[in-house]
Write a protein that binds this ligand. Structure first.
Ligand SMILES: NC(=O)c1ccc[n+]([C@@H]2O[C@H](COP(=O)([O-])OP(=O)(O)OC[C@H]3O[C@@H](n4cnc5c(N)ncnc54)[C@H](OP(=O)(O)O)[C@@H]3O)[C@@H](O)[C@H]2O)c1
Length: 283
């Protein structure tokens, strides 16, 4: 096996991004989004916080959206600014249409209106889940899942798409789930239904916006260590860990890396894609 691969490795020698052969690669990678305005929903913690930090690291000015916890959003903003990036926090409850509207209105004044109503990157990350058998689910469970996981991303994408079409460039990235592709476990039926819906929306919208220079993609995380997922030490955490080919939960930064690729100018030929980042969880 090693003998067969040896010539390939040899031919790859010397091709090392950021080395003497191409000293600018690293700089370009970290500033690829300079001058772009990004909105990341649910960025006060977990995956969204990691996405906000990563896009800021790549040069974007980032709106750190939160729902209920301004202190945590402020901490994310501070972390980004301390690292030399640009960010500001905006609060809105996206489970309610009024909250979506207020977030949209805030876009025009973002960064003191410097972007003049433009929005270049929308990351629909905020989401929620209720665990338990479907037959025991509450009357409001459908609304809980679909208002935040489906309706809010659709309404935000509608507004964002108009802004992006006007400039001829844009990136809409929906954070779905491996549960939007398969149903490896019971007890999350409405969550699965909502994430399948988000994947369908991603694909449909990509068909409509591609011609305007706007790509629409999804990143579908597997189990990631955040407050939303089963906590370490629980039976559910152990069960989910066993399903992953890599034998562990993922880290928020590993999802942020996938989002960063889809947000980058390099990803202009990728659209309608749902990139599953799950350690082989549903392989
Ligand atoms: N963690 C996983 O294992 C996993 C796996 C697959 C997919 N995902 C998806 O990844 C996304 C992020 O998940 P996460 O694990 O990072 O979640 P998380 O740690 O629970 O964070 C959720 C974020 O969403 C915000 N949020 C909650 N309710 C909201 C509402 N009504 N309106 C607006 N924002 C609201 C929260 O803001 P506040 O803090 O201000 O309340 C917080 O910033 C979700 O779409 C989730 O479905 C997660």
């Amino acid at each position: 096996m090693q003998e067969t691969l040896a010539p390939m490795w040899q031919s790859l020698r010397g091709f090392s991004p950021g080395t003497a052969s191409n000293p600018n690669v690293e700089e370009n990678m970290t500033q690829a989004l300079k001058g772009k305005l990004a909105l990341v929903t649910g960025a006060s913690r977990g995956i969204g916080a990691a996405i906000a930090a990563r896009l800021a690291q790549d040069g974007a000015s980032v709106i750190v959206h939160y729902a209920s916890n301004p202190a945590r959003a402020d901490a994310v903003v501070k972390e980004i600014r301390d690292a030399g990036g640009e960010a500001e926090a905006v609060g809105a409850n996206l489970s309610q249409t009024g909250g979506v509207k207020s977030l949209i209105e805030a876009l025009n004044g973002a960064f003191r209106g410097r972007f003049d109503g433009r929005l270049d990157i929308l990351v629909n990350n905020a989401g929620t889940v209720e665990y338990g058998p479907f037959l025991d689910s509450s009357e409001t469970s459908y609304d809980t899942h679909f208002n935040l996981n489906v309706r809010a991303p659709i309404e935000l994408a509608k507004d964002a798409a108009a802004r992006m079409v006007a400039t001829g460039w844009g990136r809409i990235i929906n954070v779905g789930s491996a549960f939007g592709e398969a149903a490896p476990l019971p007890g999350v039926t409405l969550y699965i239904a909502s994430k399948f819906a988000l994947r369908g929306f991603t694909r449909g919208l990509s068909r409509e916006l591609g011609r305007y220079g706007v790509t629409v993609n999804a990143v579908q995380p597997g189990p990631i260590d955040t407050e939303l997922a089963p906590q370490p030490g629980t039976e559910d955490h152990a069960t989910m860990t066993k399903l992953a080919s890599v034998g562990r939960f993922g880290k928020p930064a590993e999802i942020a890396a996938a989002v960063a690729y889809l947000a980058s100018p390099e990803a202009g030929y990728t659209t309608g894609e749902s990139l599953t980042v799950d350690g082989g969880w549903i392989a």
